[in-house]
Design a binder for this molecule. Structure first.
Ligand code: COI
Length: 355
């Protein structure tokens, strides 16, 4: 796609939030990117406009049948005033995998990255620079055709919004408590679990609310069939360090293929830390815990970065991990990933896009 992006600047710039108290996803910048799709025209009319509510027909298919996918990235401002995006090509590949599964038309990933860069340049003054903060980039696609028939929509909108954020968990790098969910199911193979589809998150909310009432930050999902094998946590992939080896569930069709997840696997391999992607049961975790071999547990995600888990609760068992403190590998991964993302560490793997 080569259409030029039109830019309409706001006449009423908003007030910037206090960057020492951002939390996650509560504030939005002055502008957003929008692009339309029609089945006879393809993607068209890319534009940057003032951030504002969007008018939508109440019959728009997204409201009824949930054709909605999204992505998440973080932009950092370096000391020399450049913007860094971490592996945006990977997010675009995943966006198109999600699109394919939900019957949404493919996007030109390179063009969307160009659009994101243009949008960030317009709202560059919104990138927070406080330690632990960044500008979260949220591209999403929704089905906009007004029609109550169940089929793929003929029209869509791709929208990108930007949000200055702090840590995803209010506890920051303090280890979180997680409940292993034994009744509800998030996703099943053959379904949409591997896609970054809005519906996967809708399916997760009830269990998460229940866990929150019991004092847990999130739930750890088990496989839908046997309720035995570890899948992922609500907003992150999960890793376990057992007897010196770091293990994460293999991609199996119902787990999200996280960009941070794959970066962590690469880093661990480079550091010579044994790392395995395989089926991993909750019994194996509990057995490792009882044998004193469960050394570290951490989640990975764009929003969550590296989030240490200090306690896992499964049925009547409570497993305290590393005395509720962040482990050595988790800390090293956190420092390395955030160091690469923010430009404090040299990018030797061509992971960052600088502009
Ligand atoms: C992300 O890590 O970017 C996510 O999309 C997770 C969550 C905030 C839904």
């Amino acid at each position: 796609m080569s259409e030029e992006i039109k830019v309409q600047l706001t006449t009423q710039p908003g007030e910037k939030p206090d960057s020492t108290n951002l939390s996650f996803g509560k504030f939005f910048t002055d502008h957003m990117f929008i692009m339309d799709y029609h089945k006879d025209k393809g993607w068209y009319d890319p534009r940057i406009v003032p951030y504002a509510p969007i008018a939508m027909d109440p019959a728009a298919m997204v409201f009824h049948y949930g054709q909605a996918v999204f992505e998440g990235m973080k932009a950092y401002l370096t000391e020399s005033g450049k913007v860094l995006l971490f592996r945006p090509d990977q997010n675009m590949k995943r966006l198109n995998r999600s699109n394919e599964r939900l019957g949404i038309p493919e996007v030109d990933g390179e063009f969307v990255i160009h659009a994101i860069q243009t949008l960030i340049e317009v709202d560059k003054s919104w990138i927070p620079t406080e330690k632990g903060t960044s500008l979260y980039v949220r591209p999403f696609i929704i089905a906009t055709e007004p029609c109550l028939g169940v089929r793929s929509s003929y029209t869509y909108q791709l929208i990108v919004i930007l949000s200055p954020v702090g840590a995803y968990y209010s506890s920051g790098l303090e280890p979180v408590k997680i409940n292993v969910e034994s009744s509800y199911t998030r996703a099943v193979r053959g379904g949409i679990g591997f896609a970054k589809a809005a519906g996967n998150y809708a399916a997760s909310i009830k269990a998460q609310e229940n866990a929150k009432k019991e004092g847990y930050s999130q739930v750890l999902w088990l496989d839908a069939i046997e309720k035995k094998y570890i899948e992922e946590v609500g907003s992150m992939n999960i890793f376990f360090k057992i007897g010196g080896t770091v293990i994460t569930p293999a991609i199996n069709g119902s787990i999200l293929e996280g960009v941070t997840r794959s970066s962590v696997i690469t880093l661990l391999q480079e550091w010579g830390v044994p790392v395995e992607e395989r089926k991993l049961s909750i019994e194996e975790i509990y057995e490792a815990y009882t044998n004193g071999k469960l050394e570290e547990v951490f989640g990975t995600g764009t929003a969550a970065v590296i989030s240490p888990v200090g306690e896992l609760h499964w049925n009547e068992h409570t497993m305290e991990i590393n005395d509720g403190k962040i482990g050595e590998v988790s800390q090293k991964l956190y420092d390395t990933i955030t160091g690469l993302q923010s430009g404090h560490l040299p990018d030797t793997r061509n992971w960052t896009l600088t502009f």
